[in-house]
Design a protein around this ligand. Structure first.
Ligand code: BGC
Length: 856
């Protein structure tokens, strides 16, 4: 019989009483998920199971691929570019509503790691290079999400900046860089928004994984910051049994557990390496979470996943996507475009027909729908304007999964996988399953657990004749046969196994001749990776493979000539370039800042700009890219990954329905070589398992300020973004100061009056930067750091006075010995519209009488 609690659920005492009734075995079950996405339930005691879902730009639900459709919101980098706290809060709440449609009351997000390098594969998922921006906007997002009684899981604690070798890499980071840059957003979110969960990261930091050292979970999170919520590992990031339990990692993920098996925990208890109190503390954290999300009361059951496509979410996504778009260049006010001034528009580029709504990996989801730029133009322009299109360039990182023309032995589209317990495909398969296209993974497939070899088969009838382009890869050693002939053989395991899981790298490429209408027998044989290349075991014994296909005619078509031809005939050209989810994805970083692939997109922009000077470039990426063609085009928009309404959001800005107000949440280097950690990131040093955070605290604009002083050695500075109107600033003042009696809620206030001096309504983001005194103990500090921002919306001619505040931590830097220091002396405070010295609007002084320290 179900336990009866009041509407608020069990009291803390009742939770403790519940815990006391659990046997040791039951408690151990509660220390890990029971499957990929759900916590364990103890029916005897009416302890329900709780489902979690990725995050962060929507709630994907339990299926990694092809799941129930979900609303796709803008990526966090796009949200960051809005610099709009209340918009982020509304997005958080909407994602909370989405999570409920998937029966998940814990969302795995937001991601607040730092954009350390411009080539980070997963930067799009995180907010900014600046810890203050990340912390402030993530706090709003978390408040919104949790207002729906859905737990946020702020991730990945800490320093998951690179995806290359993320399981195995050891990152050496100074205490100061950790405190001032990498821990900072987590600290802000914990203090401002009280997230109910935190997810630990994969890499080793200064020699050990998160759960194998007391520093981060026990000392900093729990003791110094007083964090009371639940700590879960990233999927497969629990690295041990004893340390993880004693240092405070509450939940191992996914399940069934690799480390917290009943036998392992019992033997740790028997040997007193772990105490029953440790176990109780971990379980209590879970029980408290169950209560917070309503699992003991009105949300006991886990409902079926549903696709609920709400008009208000559509509108919010379109609004937010447009608000994040950054206008980088607009010579001679070529934008906004005027519908009546053009008769013919050419849309060229690989992202004309693709709605690049999200990046790759766990942030990807099966969108309710996606609006491509072409669809948006068609709908927005109607029949008055002729729209022509050309893809202009191929940008495959991996060829698309082979799909059309394959039929399995049951007569259904796709392949059949036969799973064997033997490692040589001998004997009878213990399980078989159909796959709709040529992409296979056993991860999350419980029925396939224990497979030691797999055979995937299909009969392929070529839709068109040609010597088509194929690609092949496997997680472990794999072979591909056509009509019994071995045509591709990957003899070794995949170089970076994690990369394989969610994108594909290093695929083998070849051509094969097919005759239309003829049937070919396709067989793929694959075995798990022979050796684990990591302390973390997520991919151990997993099998995965991929077969890609591009028709010869598609590959060999002269796309560039086609695009140039259309450009020459049009009044305007809009060129849609960027990355896809294959390029920017969890599991792998990019190797350079150039747009993919092999210069094809850069060539395209230059060629169409030559053919038509009215060429506007729209870049869809989550990261800065090199722009060798910048001087050849009059206008450039940075659109990020704007979610399912991406085409409409871009259209709204191009045609002026929305006045652009996005600001760059990252510095935009001219060249990859100029970036702060060049040579010490990701693929720069692939073969090394060591990564040194050589730049220390000088990340992003801090690096460019420190290295180049007052010169702008970037293409576009952090905080930069143009508008269709103009603003002026007046009467900046500063009030208040800090002394040793200051608490974390005492603030200094900067006030300034902003006027819209143009003829279009629009928004400006006022930014306040603080520079420490040049004398003082904190030598080597970055020249300045952002301490506050506010976004103002103004009608033409309208003025508003705004107040921007910051607390003592804005003026503090970390000193060895676990304390923050604020120097005495004159601190320079600038009011600006970007981090560039060119955009400073006022300079003020903050006089702090005496230096003082305060504890972490
Ligand atoms: C990612 C997490 C994600 C988890 C579950 C991991 O590989 O790093 O961000 O939440 O998988 O999909």
């Amino acid at each position: 019989m179900a336990a009866q609690y009041g509407p608020a659920g069990p009291s803390e005492d009742e939770l403790k009483a519940l815990l006391a009734q659990c046997t040791v075995e039951e408690k151990i079950q509660l220390l890990s998920l029971k499957n990929f996405w759900e916590t364990s339930n103890i029916d005897r005691l009416d302890i329900p199971s709780l489902k979690v879902s990725d995050g962060p730009n929507g709630a994907r639900g339990g299926e990694f691929f092809d799941g129930v459709t979900a609303a796709c919101f803008p990526a966090c980098v796009s949200l960051a570019a809005t610099f709009d706290r209340s918009l982020c809060e509304r997005i958080g709440a909407a994602i909370g509503q989405e999570a409920q449609t998937k029966g998940a009351y814990v969302l795995l997000g937001p991601t607040v790691c730092c954009h350390r390098s411009p080539v980070g594969g997963r930067n799009f998922e995180a907010f900014s290079e600046d810890p203050y921006v990340s912390g402030a906007l993530a706090s709003s997002y978390v408040k919104g999400l949790q207002s729906e009684r859905v737990a946020a899981t702020v991730k990945h604690f800490v320093a998951n900046e690179q995806d290359t070798r993320r399981f195995t890499v050891n990152e050496t980071i100074s205490e100061r860089a950790l405190r001032e840059i990498y821990l900072r957003p987590f600290e802000m979110v914990i203090k401002q928004a009280d997230p109910w969960c935190i997810m630990t990261s994969y890499p080793k930091i200064n020699g050990a994984h998160m759960d194998a050292q007391p520093t981060f979970l026990k000392d900093i999170l729990r003791e110094q910051w007083g964090y009371q919520g639940l700590l879960m590992s990233d999927w497969g990031a629990t690295s041990n049994c004893d340390g993880s339990l004693t240092y405070g990692l509450d939940l191992e993920t996914p399940g069934p557990p690799k480390h917290r098996t009943v036998e392992a925990v019992q033997s740790s208890l028997a040997a007193s390496r772990v105490t029953e109190q440790d176990v109780d503390d971990r379980v209590l954290a879970l029980l408290k979470l169950l209560k917070k999300v309503g699992k003991f009361t009105d949300r006991r059951a886990t409902p079926e996943e549903q696709a609920v496509d709400r008009p208000e979410h559509r509108a919010l996504i379109r609004e937010a996507g447009a608000a994040g778009i950054v206008l980088l260049k607009n010579d001679s006010s070529v934008l906004p475009m005027n519908k009546t001034a053009c008769k013919k528009i050419a849309l060229v580029g690989p992202l004309v027909d693709i709605a690049a709504a999200h990046g790759g990996g766990s942030a990807s989801l099966n969108c309710h729908y996606k609006v491509s730029p072409y669809e948006a133009f068609q709908k927005g322009l109607g029949t008055d304007v002729e729209v022509t299109t050309s893809k202009g360039a191929n940008i495959y990182r991996a060829y698309p999964d082979l799909e059309a023309g394959s039929v399995n032995r049951n007569g259904n589209p796709g392949f059949i996988a036969d799973f064997f317990k033997s490692n040589d495909l001998s004997g009878e398969p213990f399980y078989s399953e159909e796959y709709p296209r040529a992409a296979f993974t056993t991860l999350m497939n419980v029925s396939a657990t224990g497979a030691q070899s797999v055979r995937f088969t299909s009969t392929y009838t070529a839709p068109v004749s040609g010597t088509h382009y194929l690609s092949f890869s496997g997680l472990g050693p794999s072979k591909f046969f056509i009509n019994g002939e071995l045509v591709s053989h990957q003899a070794e395991q995949m170089r970076d196994s994690m990369a394989f899981l969610l994108g594909v790298q290093d695929e083998l490429r070849f051509q094969h001749t097919f005759v239309a209408g003829t049937a070919y027998e396709f067989v793929i044989e694959s075995v798990p990776s022979p050796v684990s290349n990591s302390d973390l075991h997520l991919l151990d014994n997993q099998v995965a493979a991929h077969l890609g296909y591009v028709a010869q005619a598609d590959m060999e078509k002269d796309l560039l000539a086609e695009a140039v031809g259309l450009a020459a005939e049009a009044d305007f050209v809009v060129c849609f370039v960027g990355n896809t989810a294959q390029w920017e994805t969890e599991g792998q970083d990019m190797s350079e800042m150039a747009l993919p692939a092999q210069g094809s997109q850069d060539q395209l922009v230059s060629a169409v700009a030559k053919a038509n000077p009215n060429t506007i470039v729209v870049v869809t990426t989550g990261i800065p890219v090199a722009m060798p063609w910048l001087s050849q085009v009059p206008a450039v928009l940075q659109a990020w990954y704007a979610g399912q309404e991406t085409g409409n959001a871009i259209f709204d800005v191009l045609f002026g329905a929305v006045n652009p107000s996005g600001k760059l949440p990252v510095s935009w280097p001219k060249r990859y070589e100029d970036s702060p950690c060049f040579g010490n990131f990701g693929l720069d040093s692939y073969d090394s398992l060591q990564v040194e955070y050589v730049e220390g605290v000088n990340v992003g604009y801090r690096h460019f300020d420190q290295k180049y002083g007052n010169n702008d050695e970037v293409l576009f500075p952090f905080g930069f973004g143009l508008s269709y109107t103009s603003f002026s600033f007046a009467d900046a003042t500063i009030e208040g100061t800090f002394n040793k009696k200051a608490t974390e809620s005492d603030v200094v206030t900067v006030s300034v009056t902003v006027t819209n001096t143009g003829s279009t309504a629009g928004s400006e983001t006022v930014q306040v930067y603080l520079a420490l005194p040049t004398e003082g103990a904190g030598a080597g500090r970055p020249p300045k750091a952002l301490v506050s921002f506010e976004k103002l919306y103004l009608q033409p001619g309208e003025s508003k006075r705004t107040q921007l505040t910051f607390a003592r931590d804005g003026a503090a830097y970390w000193i060895e010995g676990q304390a923050w220091r604020v120097d005495g002396g004159n601190h320079s405070v600038t009011v600006a519209t970007s981090s560039s010295p060119r955009d400073v609007q006022a300079t003020l002084e903050l006089e702090i009488k005496e230096a003082f320290d305060f504890a972490a």
